[in-house]
Design a protein around this ligand. Structure first.
Ligand SMILES: C[S@@+](CC[C@H](N)C(=O)[O-])C[C@H]1O[C@@H](n2cnc3c(N)ncnc32)[C@H](O)[C@@H]1O
Length: 281
């Protein structure tokens, strides 16, 4: 294997800082809870290595790990990374923020598509690996995780690898139940657990600031049949408590109202109080 150069940590952190400036503000009711910046740096490096030269699909990506991975490679901070990255997310603000960043930096390997994971998956088998940090299924024993994972398996056409980022806390009961049910789900679908990197990431989560997530890595068994078609998911049992207790899934798309520069204060956040004799404009 070729030698890998040391990473310039300052350059990497500053690059991730550019990405964080571009992230739309999270919608808590849809479980958008962003990963902390230091963990994003390490996670992006790991994902770039894992998906080196591969076509990578993100099933949802509020964290913007997709942009980080593409940008670190594009800037030459990493000399490895995926050959193509596409994000499927139901939030138009996230999709457009990705497109704008890719356009500004002329990153041709990165794109996005507005997509709700209850709908049939539009790109069956077009990828080699998938990444998802889904709603963590605390109130439905992981059913919402399984919906995102199923779409990831379709993205790779049942032949490839997946990285699932979900809660990992051995003091709490629900994360352990969800980890077990997700591993069962993967095994039932012909994927096996390659590796689990425990308690890797922290989040901007007010009510549980110490709750961490792990990377659960899957791989398909050889010789699985490729899915011939994809179908909408309508089974009510899979959709209950999707984003938490009594929060079922009712929104198809989050639409962008106006183009916002996320790195700047918005004029509805503040007003100026001027010195006497100064005009207010
Ligand atoms: C639910 S959040 C999970 C927490 C994660 N740290 C984050 O904020 O990205 C993951 C991503 O899934 C997207 N998402 C949520 N529900 C979705 C759905 N029904 N279809 C497609 N994407 C969805 C969100 O917009 C977000 O980008």
């Amino acid at each position: 294997m070729a030698e890998r150069k040391d990473i310039d940590l300052r350059a990497a952190i500053n690059a991730i800082s550019d990405v964080v400036q571009n992230r739309p503000r999270p919608l808590r009711e849809m479980d958008q809870i962003y990963m902390k910046t230091g963990d994003m740096v390490l996670q992006s490096e790991m994902v770039a290595k894992w998906a080196d030269k591969k076509r990578l699909a993100f099933i949802g990506d509020g964290d913007a790990i997709s942009i980080c991975v593409a940008y670190l490679q594009h800037r030459g901070i990493l000399d490895y990374g995926p050959s193509e990255i596409k994000v499927f997310d139901f939030d138009e603000r996230i999709c457009r923020a990705i497109e704008r960043f890719a356009d500004k930096e002329r990153m041709e390997t990165l794109s996005s598509q507005l997509y709700n994971c209850l709908d049939a998956f539009p790109a069956l088998g077009e990828f080699d690996c998938f990444y998802t940090n889904p709603p963590w299924g605390a109130s439905n024993d992981g059913a919402s995780v399984h919906v995102f994972v199923e779409r990831g398996m379709e993205a790779v056409g049942n032949s490839g690898e997946g990285m699932i980022v979900i809660a990992d806390d051995h003091e709490l009961e629900w994360p352990q139940q969800v980890l077990a049910s997700t591993q069962r789900f993967a095994l039932e679908r012909g994927f096996f657990i390659q590796k689990m990197a425990s308690k890797m990431h922290l989040y901007h989560l007010d009510d549980a600031p110490d709750l961490r997530s792990c990377n659960l890595m899957l791989k398909s068994l050889p010789g699985l049949d490729a899915p011939s078609s994809s179908h909408p998911i309508t089974d009510p049992d899979r959709l209950e408590h999707f984003y938490g207790k009594d929060k079922h899934i009712r929104i198809r798309y989050v639409r962008e109202k106006k183009r916002v520069d996320y790195g700047q204060a918005h004029d509805d956040e503040y007003h100026y109080e001027v010195f006497e004799g100064e005009s207010n404009v």
